[in-house]
Design a protein around this ligand. Structure first.
Ligand SMILES: Nc1ncnc2c1ncn2[C@@H]1O[C@H](COP(=O)(O)OP(=O)(O)OP(=O)(O)O)[C@@H](O)[C@H]1O
Ligand SMILES: [Mg+2]
Length: 274
């Protein structure tokens, strides 16, 4: 049987030959990959491998030294706000919420990317503005419910438990109506139960028709979540394949995990987190 997400399927998000040079450091070297519609890709690799840098290049935060990123065949602008408008949303490794705003307000900020109001209507708080605000409020409540944070709607973001702040960031990203969602270490600092809830949440996000790329150090999480896994080492894609292919690849064991065989086995076959 053909794999569910055959490689022949045209990529929705495509990185081609992305290289990112910081002075003398080449953080990414000729990285190419395609994300198909409805696919969940995992991005793993040691600290400093270039995972976050790749997200920064995909979202217009960094202008790659060379190479390009396209969404449905169109080159993405090197402007994070416009990339979001075009349908690529992300969360950050170091949570970037507005700490003194409520959970609801944080999600509304994401929603405003999609609100089209004439300046005059906004200024006068006319019927169009009120309708649009009411729609945004409703969508915000819906998204808070989707990520399981309804009870924290009026709570300041900074008062939320850490794992819930990560979920709130996901809700804010979803509020921009993305077709691609990039998650940078969404389970960092979570316990096993929260991690499992996040895994289920990402499956539910895929059911909404959103394609996902997830960076995570917890290989068990990645291998049980993703259709395909990319292993980034020193800025290059070392191995790419299904979770089974990647898990069994000796180069991954040697270059990425770099630990004694017993420990590696525990880590990549259902052991602890890194
Ligand atoms: N803005 C920058 N200026 C200079 N060097 C940078 C910059 N951003 C990242 N780097 C360097 O690029 C390399 C890759 O960093 P990056 O944060 O992408 O790694 P990572 O794979 O996300 O690591 P981690 O798992 O620790 O999050 C590192 O050596 C880092 O110091
Ligand atoms: Mg990182």
């Amino acid at each position: 049987m053909a794999p569910r997400h055959a490689k022949a399927q045209p990529a929705m998000l495509q990185a081609s030959g992305v290289t990112m040079q910081f002075g003398g450091l080449r953080a990414l070297n000729d990285v190419s990959f395609g994300l198909a519609e409805g696919e969940i890709i995992g991005l793993i690799g040691p600290n400093g491998a270039g995972k976050t840098t790749l997200f920064n290049c995909l979202t217009g935060l960094y202008a790659p030294t060379s190479g390009s990123v396209t969404l449905r065949g169109t080159v993405l602008p090197q402007d994070p706000a416009r990339v979001t408008e075009q349908g690529v949303a992300r969360t950050f490794q170091n949570i970037r919420l507005f700490p003194s705003m409520t959970a609801q307000e944080n999600v509304l900020v994401g929603r405003h990317v999609r609100m089209r109001q004439s300046p005059l209507s906004s200024l006068l708080h006319g019927p169009g503005f009120r309708r649009s605000e009411a729609e945004a409020q409703a969508r915000t409540e819906e998204l808070l419910g989707f990520v399981g944070l309804t009870q924290f709607s009026d709570e300041l973001a900074r008062n939320l438990p850490y794992g819930d702040q990560r979920r709130l960031e996901i809700a804010r990203a979803l509020a921009t109506d993305p077709s691609v969602l990039l998650l940078d270490e969404p389970t960092a600092g979570m316990n096993a139960q929260e991690t499992e809830a996040t895994r289920q949440l990402i499956f539910a996000i895929r059911e909404l028709g959103i394609s996902v790329v997830v960076i995570e150090h917890d290989t068990k999480f990645i291998f049980t979540l993703c259709d395909r896994v990319l292993v980034l080492v020193q800025g290059e894609v070392l191995v790419e394949g299904s979770p089974d292919e990647v898990r069994g690849d000796p180069r991954v064991v040697e270059a990425y995990l770099g630990a004694p065989p017993d420990e590696v086995d525990a880590q990549i076959h259902g052991g602890g987190q890194q």
